[in-house]
Design a protein around this ligand. Structure first.
Ligand code: NAD
Ligand code: WQD
Length: 342
């Protein structure tokens, strides 16, 4: 019988792409999302791609009674992939309590119910933000974590701690935290993708929105960093590659292949890309000249980070396959498809 997987935040950007990969691998998916940062229509896109409509439950994971009721009524859940969270770094600085409440209460409600109803497996969305500016590059999972620069980042560090402690104290729970680097792009069908609300904070949606004319000009935040071209360096990975890593992590747990009951993996390409290189990639794949201007540094930005993904490559038998151009081309295709929605 097909394994039943809860995907929290499944109508969101990464959760929707992961739902597609899960369904294509034969898993049954129940999405839980309160639609605070996504649209219900995303489910239509998932159905068009896979031919299967995932089940959908609309509620807030901070509502403890709803979470308990859900688990009470669904005793055949095999695992939870927990994407649901608020993720805007800037907003988290202005509304820290909203971020701590939403991201941590939802996580604890899930873990408590998983303990109570003996659902033993969780995959958690963590972030490379937990590393701050690492001393050694590429960064491995062994790198000591730095104090978080934003409440958002802190929710990921605390979230990892909560999960580790919950696993240690439980005879039943197993979990994997996946530290994503910078996910970009959209599904190759352009039926699902990233839908930023308002002005995007992230580079690639800002580039594509500038390309299509929604934004007048991209601001490049700094060209005087200690990097080859002076702009910041990140590790941009295609969201479909990222989604596939979740399937690999899930199978590792469910098939009993973990080395410890709690494991952490970096998910990135292993290659650093500068802001100017990302702009050049967009210009190559779109055939457009991007309107951009160098501005001052953005507060809180780190200079450079890219992943050492070898632990995930070896243990999850997963690696990224898409190039930067393919990822940015898919983001551009999606932007053009969405033009009417803005
Ligand atoms: P997203 O905002 O597109 O998706 C998150 C989903 O969770 C949304 O659909 C939202 O409605 C839902 N949600 C939030 N709070 C909820 C709650 N209390 N109850 C029910 N649903 C709730 O974000 P995303 O980019 O898909 O990110 C998914 C996860 O990956 C998040 O945990 C995020 O912090 C993490 N992450 C994202 C990135 C990135 O750059 N996108 C990088 C590293 C880590
Ligand atoms: C990338 C680069 C900017 C916008 C954020 C979160 C992090 C993680 C990933 C969730 C930087 C530059 C950007 C613009 C620019 N998310 N830039 N002009 O900063 O690596 O990380 O997303 O966990 O927590 O902080 O990603 O896409 O915002 O920026 O020049 O308009 O692009 O300075 O160098 P970042 P980003």
């Amino acid at each position: 019988m097909a394994k039943k997987i809860i995907v929290t935040g499944g109508t969101g950007y990464i959760g929707s792409h992961t739902t597609v990969e899960l369904q294509q691998e034969g898993f049954d998916v129940i999405i839980i999302d309160n639609l605070c940062n996504s649209e219900k229509e995303v489910i239509d896109g998932i159905e068009k791609i896979t031919g299967v409509r995932p089940e959908f439950e609309e509620f807030d994971l901070c509502d403890r009674n709803k979470v308990v009721d859900f688990f009470r009524n669904n005793t055949d859940i095999d695992a939870v992939i927990h994407f649901a969270a608020l993720k805007a770094v800037g907003e988290s600085v202005n509304k820290p309590l909203l971020y701590y409440h939403n991201n941590l209460v939802s996580l604890m409600n899930l873990l408590e119910s998983m303990n109570q109803f003996k659902t033993g497996s969780m995959v958690f969305s963590s972030s490379c933000t937990v590393y701050g500016q690492p001393v050694r590059l590429p960064v491995t999972e062994k790198e000591p974590l730095q104090p978080a620069v934003s409440p958002y980042g802190n929710t990921k560090q605390i979230g990892e701690d909560i999960i580790r402690d919950a696993v240690t104290s439980s005879g039943n729970l197993k979990a994997v935290s996946l530290r994503y680097f910078n996910p970009v792009g959209a599904h190759p069908t352009a039926l699902i993708g990233e839908l930023p609300r308002g002005v995007p904070e992230n580079l690639v949606p800002f580039i594509t929105q500038t390309g299509i004319g929604i934004r007048k000009q991209l601001k490049v935040f700094g060209d005087n960093y200690n990097t080859p071209d002076g702009s910041c360096i990140r590790d941009y990975l295609h969201v479909v590659d990222l989604a596939k890593a979740h399937v690999a992590a899930l199978k590792r747990i469910l098939e009993g292949n973990m080395k410890n009951n709690y494991e952490i993996f970096n998910l990135g390409t292993g290659t650093g890309v500068s802001v100017f290189e990302a702009i050049k990639s967009f210009e190559r794949v779109s055939g457009l000249k991007l309107n951009y201007k160098v501005e001052g540094r953005r507060a809180g930005d780190i200079e450079q980070i890219w992943a050492d993904p070898s632990y995930a490559n070896n243990e999850l038998k997963w690696k990224t396959v898409s190039t930067l151009d393919e990822a940015i081309k898919s983001a551009w295709d999606w932007e053009q498809k969405c033009k009417s929605k803005h």
